[in-house]
Design a protein around this ligand. Structure first.
Ligand code: NZQ
Ligand code: ZN
Length: 389
């Protein structure tokens, strides 16, 4: 087990009607609020009106229209609003994109740097506005982490950056807000959560029993409740378990011990930057393709353990067991969860230059390769992309 520092300063209010805590939580940071939200699902949900009702003694300035795979121009717009209106606190109401944009805004609001410069070098973030969030989609874990992922369409790049200053101070996680999430976005969310867990579970560090066992249990929870989201969108237990699994998948607990050496997220970001594809749905293709590609005699035991414990594969031969588990993972995503079966269905054209994308993907990584569970060079990434065609 590696040394680690565990620091998560986010207060979570979890469960039905926890929005009632909003006035007291906002009041401890100020009265001038930037309300950040997306295309309008929060209005359909009734959350928009609820926020105005609960914060009737605050001045609310709106930053709406945050797009999925949020763009740097939306962050710039929010930063400008903060500076113009002397904002005290940012209230993000939405999914990961709204939360991530809010983190970019929080960092830029008190800085002279252009927000894109801060995403390129998060060490430049010296101070940030406080962020409160109301989560409406279970997927990214942004409600309890210090990371944001922002896209710059001009440079065709999608960048993740992190700063301890960007943890939300408070997140309200009410599973009933996710009843209205579409089947596709719900399934993509489950795939994203499982990907966060798998990216950590597949490691070579000895003696990480706690992380490993919790990872397996979180994955089993996703496999149990994920399909229920599609059949019964308003099943509270299913929505609640998936929401809490999503938070724990990426709040620093699982990487405490194994460390963080992820692979598929690095391969995902460039595809969203070029084709604006949905994050979780892309990972649902990359994870099985990646596992099948890297499977070897050194890692077969761990992949077989995943197969046995998460998908109840009973095959005795270790390598065959691992292969069957990978097939079950692909079938779970594409058949049970009804996610796209290949890049074309996902929205990546068949004539996409995957070789060039693979080269670009590794170019921005330290050392010019992906230093993940197994080291991946450009040609490895290209082979994995081809398996998703
Ligand atoms: O725009 P609105 O109206 O909000 O609609 C959204 C959007 O169209 C909709 N939605 C959200 N809540 C809803 C709802 N529709 C109906 N009912 C509700 N209750 O869902 C659509 C997708 O929303 P989005 O926020 O984009 O999804 P998600 O939460 O999956 O976020 C994806 C973004 O997060 C990044 C991804 O790369 C991607 O940009 N990630 C952030 C991470 C982090 N901060 O740590 C880690 C992840 O690995 C990921 O990279
Ligand atoms: Zn993710």
């Amino acid at each position: 087990m590696k040394n680690f520092t565990y620091y998560v300063p986010t207060k979570i209010h979890f469960g039905k009607n926890q929005i009632q805590h909003l006035p007291e939580e906002v009041a401890s940071f100020g009265k001038r609020v930037l309300l950040v939200y997306g295309a309008g699902s929060i209005k359909t949900l009734g959350l928009y009106d609820e926020v105005y009702r609960l914060l009737d003694d605050c001045t609310i300035v709106e930053c709406s229209g945050i797009e999925p795979n949020p763009r740097i121009d939306s962050v710039r717009k929010g930063v400008k609003l903060c500076k113009t209106h002397n904002i005290d606190v940012i209230l993000a109401v939405g999914g990961g994109s709204v939360l991530d944009a809010s983190k970019g805004i929080a960092a830029g609001a008190l800085s002279k740097e252009d927000p894109w410069e801060l995403t390129l070098d998060a060490k430049k973030i010296k101070v940030a506005l406080p962020i409160l969030s109301v989560l409406t989609l279970s997927a990214t874990g942004s409600e309890m982490d210090q990371t944001a992922v922002i896209t710059n369409p001009e440079t065709k790049s999608k960048r993740g950056f992190a700063s301890d200053l960007l943890f939300p101070k408070v997140s309200i996680c009410d599973p009933t807000y996710t009843y209205t999430v579409s089947a596709f976005q719900s399934a993509a969310g489950v795939a994203d959560i499982m990907s966060h867990i798998m990216e950590t579970f597949f490691h070579h560090e000895e003696g990480c029993d706690i992380s490993d066992q919790v990872a397996i249990d979180l994955l089993k929870t996703c496999v149990k409740y994920g399909p229920v989201l599609l059949d019964e969108p308003d099943n509270y237990e299913a929505r609640a378990n998936i929401m809490w699994a999503g938070t724990w998948a990426i709040n620093g607990f699982l990487v405490a011990g194994p460390g963080k050496k992820w692979s598929c997220h690095a391969m995902q970001h460039i595809l969203s930057a070029y084709y604006d594809v949905t994050h979780g749905a892309t990972l649902a293709l990359l994870e099985p393709a990646w596992l099948a590609y890297i499977l070897n005699d050194t890692n077969k035991d761990r992949i077989a353990r995943f197969a046995r414990e998460v998908f109840h594969v009973e095959e005795e031969n270790t390598r065959a067991c691992a292969t069957l588990g990978i097939q079950k993972l692909y079938a779970f995503f594409t058949e049970t969860m009804k996610l796209p079966k290949n890049f074309e269905e996902l929205g990546i054209p068949t004539d996409a230059n995957l070789e060039a994308l693979a080269k670009e993907c590794v170019k921005v990584r330290p050392g010019g390769h992906i230093d993940g569970y197994e080291v991946l060079e450009a040609n490895d990434v290209y082979e994995i992309y081809k398996r998703c065609m």
